[in-house]
Design a protein around this ligand. Sequence first.
Ligand code: DGL
Length: 271
Amino acid sequence: MINGPIGVFDSGYGGLTILRGIRKLLPQYDYIYLGDNARAPYGNRSFDIVYRFTLEAVKELFSRGCPLVILACNTASAKALRSIQQRDLPLMDPGRRVLGVIRPTVEVLGELSPGGHIGVFGTPGTIASGSYEMEIGKLYPHFVTTGQACPMWVPLVENRESAGPGADYFVKKYIGSLIEADPEIDTVVLGCTHYPLLIDKILQYMPSGIKVVEQGDIVARSLVDYLGRHPEMETRLTRGGGVQYLTTENPEKFNDLAALFMNSEVSAVKL
Ligand code: DGL
């Protein structure tokens, strides 16, 4: 049995919003963050490609000793998680675990949504996969779910334009389309880990009375609960409180934008 850090994977920077949430509640563990920045964004990529890239990342994190990997990316969770859990994990190492971000997010919607009308913002890949509708339908069959793809939001964040006028235009546009599709929406999920970087503008243009759900704290609470229920996994996690950042792109470039997500300096290594 290998002991090691918790692996956190995203196509790029977005998963840092999840890592931040997790480290707030679980600072005692070690973490390895892997951003596949060289091949991001995943949002428009096909099912097969997202699956292949995600599996490579999981294997990389396993090879570095992670007993547990969180896919801190909705696109990867939507398109690759099920295949990895059901097909690959039993062959690779049935003792390790790979968890995603969609299920924990959906689980809290029952408490959050008074009327059961849910809006989901996500990448084109996440929305086209229908994963949120499917998971929400399993837990809350009477809920109405409306997805809105936001193809411009990740590029705005990745290009440091989240506070600029382009962001105002595209935030207003996607909120407008969502509300037009279902005017009864009472709760909106930010179903992409990049979107919390646009939260100020999203709250500015969201009609009042509509709740906006961010995933960082939700995924963190769900992980606390998971580790409480799985002591056999918890005891395999090393406790040094450190984070190692890996990127498939240029580390200086990564450090620069990652500092924005983490609110502190980071020092990444090229994979
Ligand atoms: N952060 C990823 C997510 O949560 C998407 C970013 C991308 O398009 O690569 O879906």
